[in-house]
Each structure stands twice: as C-alpha cells, then as structure tokens.
Write a protein that binds this ligand. Structure first.
Ligand code: THU
Length: 161
C-alpha cells in the first residue's frame, strides 16, 4: 500500500504592524523604506525586503526591473544576495517583505515567488537554522512563516548533489 503523508505548516497572522514585536516592526519599516528604491517602471509593483542577521546587521533589497524582463530581479533575491555578499558567514534570522503598487493599494501580504523561495531556501539549508519570514502588503495584515522550508515543501537542496 502506498503511504499517504500529510504535510502541514502553521502561520501567524498579525492584524497590523502594531501587533508585531518592536524588533520586527523596525525590520518591516526598513523593508518599507527599501521598497521606495524599487526600480519598477514596467510592473509598477514595488517590493522591499529587509534581512536581519545574527550579527544584528540589517541588509535591504528592492526589486530591480529591466527592459529585458527576465534580467530583472525580485527584492527578496536582491536582499538575500546582498546579505550573502556582505556577510558571507553570518546566519539570517528573519526576512521582512512588503509589496505596494502604483496602481492600487496592496492590502494583503504578497508571498515570495518560487525562485525567491528557492534562493532563500539555499541559505536556510546552508545555515541549518530556519529563516523566519514576515510578509506584508502596503496595508493590512502581516503573515509570519517560521521557515522557508514551510513554503517550499519537498525543496531541492545540495544534499541531492
Ligand atoms: N517581485 C518581487 O520583487 N518579489 C516577489 O516576491 C514577487 C514579485 C517583483 C518582480 C517584478 O519586478 C515585480 O515584482 C512584478 O512581478
């Protein structure tokens, strides 16, 4: 008989920024500020990310688009690669992500795309410590995920290579 397995994960939903712990609030505000430097002339969709590291540093990123669309990069990858480039051996604790649009108000949290999940998963697997995620739109509730693994189940990692 084939074995059926159920994969489950929990998220925490905060009503707004004020419900977050002060450190998380500050991290999300850094992501909001990073969002303002998004270069998004094609989508008008601006994303900011702030990475908090074990050495108490915060590194930021925003989406950077390109006339050749696939050459652009999402905020999460700009931020996590920025962290890897600046502090190569320091663990990532949390990534705060926020999205806004020039065309409408983003009132629910935007989830990282598949490529960004994979990119963040690489760092999580390498450091053997979960990376917590905080997701927010422009306004509205905030979702906390305890690890990248939760949102990328059955992920591919270096153990296969
Ligand atoms: N984008 C991000 O920066 N992060 C995501 O998780 C989803 C999408 C960017 C890529 C592109 O510049 C714009 O949002 C529209 O897809």
């Amino acid at each position: 008989m084939p074995l059926k397995k159920e994969l489950r994960f929990q998220i925490t939903v905060y009503e707004d920024l004020n419900e977050l712990a002060p450190k998380d609030q500050a991290l999300m505000l850094q992501a909001v500020s990073a969002r303002k430097n998004a270069y998004a002339p094609y989508s008008n969709f601006r994303v900011g990310a702030a990475v908090s590291l074990a050495n108490a540093e915060i590194v930021i990123g925003s989406n950077q688009e390109n006339a050749s669309y696939p050459s652009g990069l999402c905020a999460e990858r700009v931020a996590i690669f920025h962290a890897g480039a600046k502090f190569p051996n320091v663990s990532v604790n949390t990534v705060a992500i926020t999205a806004a649009s020039d065309n409408y108000e983003v009132t629910s949290p935007a989830a990282p795309c598949g490529n960004c999940r994979q990119a963040m998963y690489e760092y999580e697997f390498k450091q053997k410590q979960p990376i917590r995620l905080l997701l927010m739109g422009e306004t509205g509730s905030i979702i906390e995920c305890s690890s990248v693994d939760d949102i990328l189940p059955l992920g591919f990692n270096s153990s296969f290579l």
